[in-house]
Ligand binder design. Structure first.
Ligand code: TA6
Length: 285
């Protein structure tokens, strides 16, 4: 049984409610923002802050923010993490090419920053036993187009203090807490005893989130992306964010898939780049 409903969500913002025989999901037009994905009988896969704003001029805190066309706040750019997550996207189509799986495709409206439609940005979400998200950028202009992209995914976890992020051993990263200094991950797993904010570069590795508290393993797989960002704000930064509960850092981790920093993309005219992320989960053995 699959069902799609178009309803009024938080803050009066329109959203899609999707139900399949395996899962439920919600996607706001604002930012084409996936705010919920939950397999029936499991805890939510995605974290959504109870303090999140739902207003046209602010990003939703949690779920899968689409970071485009820049990550962070590069010199000369206005605003953190680009503008795609703060724009209302157009729902293009809903299809069911595979029995029981719902596909929803969105398009970022033309904008001066995107050559008034010469740079086309599409986002395709598939909801079923897994969740996949695909961000496709096509350059129909006569110039090259430089950009960063990142699916800044917030995962719901049982307890950050016992959580492990596995799969990045030996990979170089830029440490945002130490002036983006380049380091190499030497541990078999990333554990959390304070704020962590690391941009792993040149990596196609699958990443796993091992969550003993909820006895769950989450798999994050990507194609078309060679950067993985791992972030937990911890205590001080959690308190500093007005759209994030002071204690919520204990129940979330960001593992983000994209192409950022030295992995930024340059698209030639008539070229396209597609970033695909696949999320799946299973009980820990
Ligand atoms: O996840 C990496 C990061 O760049 C962190 O440094 C932190 O700023 C986070 O993104 C959240 O950014 P936001 O603009 O959504 O508050």
């Amino acid at each position: 049984m699959t069902r799609v409903a178009f309803v009024t969500g938080n803050g009066g913002l329109p959203k899609l409610q999707i139900t399949t025989e395996w899962s439920a999901a919600e996607i706001y037009l604002h930012g084409a923002h996936v705010t919920q994905f939950q397999k029936h009988g499991e805890p939510p896969l995605l974290f959504l802050s109870a303090q999140s704003r739902f207003q046209p001029d602010a990003p939703i805190r949690g779920g899968i923010p689409i970071i485009f066309p820049w990550f962070g706040k590069p010199v000369g750019r206005s605003g953190q993490h680009g503008f795609a997550r703060n724009r209302s996207w157009a729902l293009q189509e809903i299809t069911t090419p595979e029995p029981g799986t719902i596909y929803a495709r969105f398009r970022l409206p033309p904008a001066p920053e995107l050559g008034e439609g010469r740079i086309v940005v599409d986002f395709l979400v598939s909801v079923g036993q897994t969740l996949t998200a695909e961000l496709k950028v096509t350059n129909h202009s006569t110039d090259t187009f430089d950009f960063e992209n990142c699916l800044h995914t917030y995962f719901a976890v049982g307890d950050i203090s016992t959580l492990q992020v596995v799969g990045l051993q030996g990979v170089d990263y830029l440490d945002s807490l130490e002036g983006h200094q380049r380091k190499t991950e030497v541990n078999d797993a990333i554990r959390f005893t304070g704020e962590v904010d690391r941009t792993f570069i040149n990596t196609r590795h699958r990443v796993e989130i091992h969550d003993p508290a909820w006895r769950r393993r989450i798999r994050v797989e990507k194609t078309g992306g060679v950067s993985t960002v791992v972030w937990n704000p911890w205590i001080a930064k959690a308190k500093a964010m007005t759209d994030f509960g002071n204690e919520e850092y204990q129940r979330m981790v960001c593992v983000e898939s994209g192409n950022v920093a030295t992995n930024q993309i340059t698209l030639a005219p008539d070229e396209a780049a597609t970033l695909t992320m696949k999320l799946s989960s299973e009980a820990l053995a």
